[in-house]
Design a protein around this ligand. Sequence first.
Ligand code: NAD
Length: 517
Amino acid sequence: MTQTLSPNHELAAQLRDSRLKAGLKHWIGGQWVDAQSGQTFEAHSPVDNSLLTTVASGDAADIDRAARAAHDAFQTWKAVSGAERRKILHRIADLIEKRAQEIAVLESVDTGQAIRFMKSAATRGAENFRFYADRAPGAQDGQSLPAPGFINYTLRQPIGPVGVITPWNTPFMLSTWKIAPALAAGCTVVHKPAEWSPVTATLLAEIMDEAGLPKGVHNLVHGFGESAGKALTEHPLIHAIAFVGETTTGSHIMRQGAETLKRVHFELGGKNPVVVFDDADLDKALDAVVFMIYSLNGERCTSSSRVLVQEGIYDEFTARIAERARNIRVGDPLDPETEVGPLVHPRHFDKVMGYFGKAREEGATIAAGGQRVGDSGNYVSPTLFTGARNDMAIAQEEIFGPVLTAIPFTDEAEALALANGVRYGLAGYLWTNDLTRAHRFAQGLEAGMIWVNSENVRHLPTPFGGVKSSGIGRDGGDYSFEFYMETKNIAVSLGTHKTARLGVGQAAPIAKETAEG
Ligand code: NAD
């Protein structure tokens, strides 16, 4: 394990003292407040599982207060011009960039993610705000749909206060991905971050306030999913829930939101295949496969956690992955050299470790890793399972750690059947130099996002989301506005159509257009 000290450690120590010692509060209606119950919970750092801070533990009473604040602020915020919203969102982006190092260090300390990735994650958060800042002035734009005797036009209006519920894997970046389009659309927000990673949500609230976002437009309630999260999904003043997390939690949220008919957008789990044909550029494919499973500790929804390799190149290709996996630097996430940090929480560490035993029981081979690193902490070695079958738990279940399952295939038809033979369908990666096969295969792959001859490279206007058990709906570009806004149609008569006359003593024909709805 690498243990080099860096200036990041000094900054982390200083921030722990100045920012975290006093504990984290909710941010409701423009005020930092304790939980109404006075309850708190502890957040620990996965670096050494030491106490990081105490956090206000929200419940239905805090959510109610935040939902009311968001409801009150909605009347003001929806009336603010797109141009003004654009300015405020750009100011938020400026402040994120200014404080990117602080955000990155706190994110590493809170989640165990390596600092080398967290700096760019913070910067991506700023890009998300800039992207939607520039779209705010056009968010309401609609269509003109002329008909005989009528002008029809559509416009979009913000849906109202929305709930944003985020997970712990890259919490800062993910929350900006939801909150920025919601604010650009004119919605107000109640954010419930994951209980295992509460720190940077607090920073984001602070930044938005400093940027001049009106009080109550963004509210933050910390707490557990079963209490604060559940209350948010059930609150009648909250019109929609944008949720990122596990598939089973998505099912809970759908049930909880049924009574109040919540609109939901779900970004859920994945077991994403990367399919490597023998005609591919294997050096590039190797880099991409290794990056997409071992970066971000493998705690990444779009990680390529199943590698399907054509049989003629299977042994050599998997041997090369194993060699890379053994060379990956596991260690202190604040060390700039570290590639894989500790897993977020001892419970998650136990879950990932459990799959090493399962792989052995199922008869797979552990070609690399498969053990803890060091005597304490949540560190696991980057792992490769070979000799796996698609029906094994290690091929079907989302492990959400630096753990890759390799399966051989003979031809395109088998590759497609294996790739699609899971309940998930978030992302798929395909490596081949056969252009026709690439298109054919991509069309057959059951996934919301497919990259051909590439790792995950996001372009912000493109749709992001999954099929099957990986999600409902799409984010990104204009797709986010479809979720955060209602489309309204306005039909204006040009005065030339005839209205059917009732009560005039004779049967008149009713035009079919007026008989609908
Ligand atoms: P999780 O579902 O356990 O928790 C996510 C959030 O939901 C947390 O804030 C939690 O407090 C809250 N929550 C839990 N129960 C709730 C309930 N009953 N009602 C309301 N809220 C509730 O997920 P996690 O373990 O934090 O995150 C890991 C999961 O997130 C993985 O499955 C991963 O694939 C997924 N993820 C998906 C994407 C994507 O874009 N598809 C991105 C990142 C992570």
